[in-house]
Design a protein around this ligand. Sequence first.
Ligand SMILES: Cc1ncc(COP(=O)(O)O)c(C=O)c1O
Length: 348
Amino acid sequence: MPQAAPGAFAPVCRLVPALASFEVDRPSLFVDVDRVARQYFALKGGLGFAQIHYAVKANPTGDIIERLVAEGAHFDAASRAETELCLSQGAEARTIFFGNTIKKPGDIRFAHPAGVTLFAADAAKELEKIAENAPGAEVYIRVLVENTQADWPLSCKFGRRDAMLPGLFARAVEPGLVSVGLSFHVVSQTRAPAIWTGLPDQVAAIWRDLEARGYAPTLLNIGGGFPVIYSAPVDSPTAHASQVLAFVTERFAAVARVMAGPGRGMEAEAGAIHAEVVLVSKTSDDDTHRWVCLDIGRFSGLAETEGEAIRHQITTARDEGTILPPPPRGTAQGRRAAPTMHRELMKS
Ligand SMILES: Cc1ncc(COP(=O)(O)O)c(C=O)c1O
């Protein structure tokens, strides 16, 4: 088996020795909160004037939010629960925006009086909902960009294509909302910064079209997509982010507010799961696979093993300090769902 590149997997290695000192009797997620903070500053170092809003859905753990509040980060909340979490951890409402394009009226009714003034939308009905429940709020419209090069392509349901956008932008003004700009998301785990040339071009064309129609957008949300180490090395976060910023600046130099929303890109390298091998078996004598069954499964903490290209690094007590490369697809996934996922937070 090929060895992992030396140093390439350092982020997770830092947690692994610590895991051995915990006695755990169920699958447990450990999070290194300092590591999240370091990633925040690394991304910030590259993203310059762009304001970082942590996409809370990536890991809605109070300790992470509390730490990021202390470090000056802002937040992209996708639900009432995430908004409440940020507020409960000391975030000022003005630092939170509601980034989910699909919101329940009650959640909007909660967030707006609490002080959240910026909302995402990508449909006329959603704009009506925001206007009714958060009159006078700022909205931005999500653009659907095509990216087939990410490790985790989203389906095509979020965002709207260019032909619909001017109409939506206009609708956002009519019902008493303030149409402030556009957003796009290049899709999670976009490893090649070059993808950032084509996609912002698509958005810049829409932006210029809106200006030609007499609108004056001022806000651009570039979403997440910043890559992290799963099974292959990636650029350093600062280098990657500064390339992204360069591509964005080339096209949107005059934009007053640029926001970025890393989620996984901020916290994925800070976590490690402790799981136990429950059974190693074969389905028949001539089965060429050894099925390694864990006490964690794809429906109880390893969602990314569901038909995804993202693979986790695995270390075992028998590795003698070596991090094994990821297993061939489908060989090391838990087949038994654990009833609960126990979370432990590690601070250092
Ligand atoms: C609009 C938007 N912003 C930010 C994120 C978080 O990005 P990532 O998890 O790639 O860091 C997502 C993830 O799906 C998203 O859809």
